[in-house]
Design a protein around this ligand. Structure first.
Ligand code: MD3
Ligand code: FE
Length: 204
């Protein structure tokens, strides 16, 4: 038996297949308006392997010149981010009970050979609000540690329909995605994984 770090809640199978399909339909509609972009690391300009988009009033973006930030418009089209699907807003309230709506939903698309290195999420002004993560499509190996990069970590396999809520002591925990397991889900028409991360950005 392994215990998750303080403040991490893993809810396996939180979304039934119908809810997963409805979410994917909603995300496809978002991405039709706000196409996936290629995020680049600050200073080096090195491309990340994950492709991204957002919905909601604010979206997380990064590029060589301006680095990590939230902004109200798509970095390529300049259009405002599409609204968050109602299903996501309802899920936030139901699962977190947090009394203010999420401002950003980051859409991460992982092709089969993609990973995300260990990092902290520190670009938000409000660390008191929880973060809600939804996994769709292929399984992944998720890693989470403590608030020091050198600290011990544990790994968790996330499956389509799983929800993870990060709050309290885990809000500034190092975390990343070590690998995707292609072909483990039939939800998306090709191999890959979608992660949706709902966040507060500003202090209410
Ligand atoms: C732990 N995404 O977009 S979601 C990210 O699966 C990100 O796409 C991963 O890390 C993904 O920044 C992990 C789970 C997650 C999200 C936010 C966290 C874990 C977190 C914030 C603090 C600690
Ligand atoms: Fe993160």
């Amino acid at each position: 038996m392994t215990t998750l770090p303080d403040g991490v809640r893993h809810i396996p199978g939180a979304l039934d297949p119908e809810a997963q399909t409805a979410l994917v339909d909603g995300i496809r509609a978002v991405v039709a308006q706000a196409p996936l972009f290629v995020p680049a690391m600050p200073r080096t300009g090195k491309s990340m392997s994950v492709r991204m988009s957002n919905c909601g009033p604010l979206g997380w973006v990064t590029d060589k010149e301006r680095g990590y930030r939230y902004q109200p418009a798509h970095p390529v089209t300049g259009a405002p981010w599409p609204a968050m699907p109602q299903q996501l807003l309802a899920l936030w309230t139901e699962v977190t009970g947090y009394p203010h709506p999420p401002e950003a939903c980051l859409i991460n698309f992982y092709a089969p050979d993609t990973k995300m290195g260990l990092h902290q999420d520190r670009d938000e002004a409000d660390f008191d609000a929880p973060v809600l993560s939804i996994s769709l499509g292929d399984d992944c190996l998720f890693r989470i540690g403590g608030t020091r990069r050198s600290g011990k970590t544990m790994s968790l396999r996330l499956v389509s329909g799983d929800i993870v809520v990060l709050g309290g002591a885990s809000r500034l925990a190092y975390h990343g995605v070590d690998r995707i397991y292609p072909g483990t889900s039939m939800l998306l028409e090709k191999a890959g994984r979608i992660n949706l991360t709902l966040r507060r950005v500003t202090v209410p």
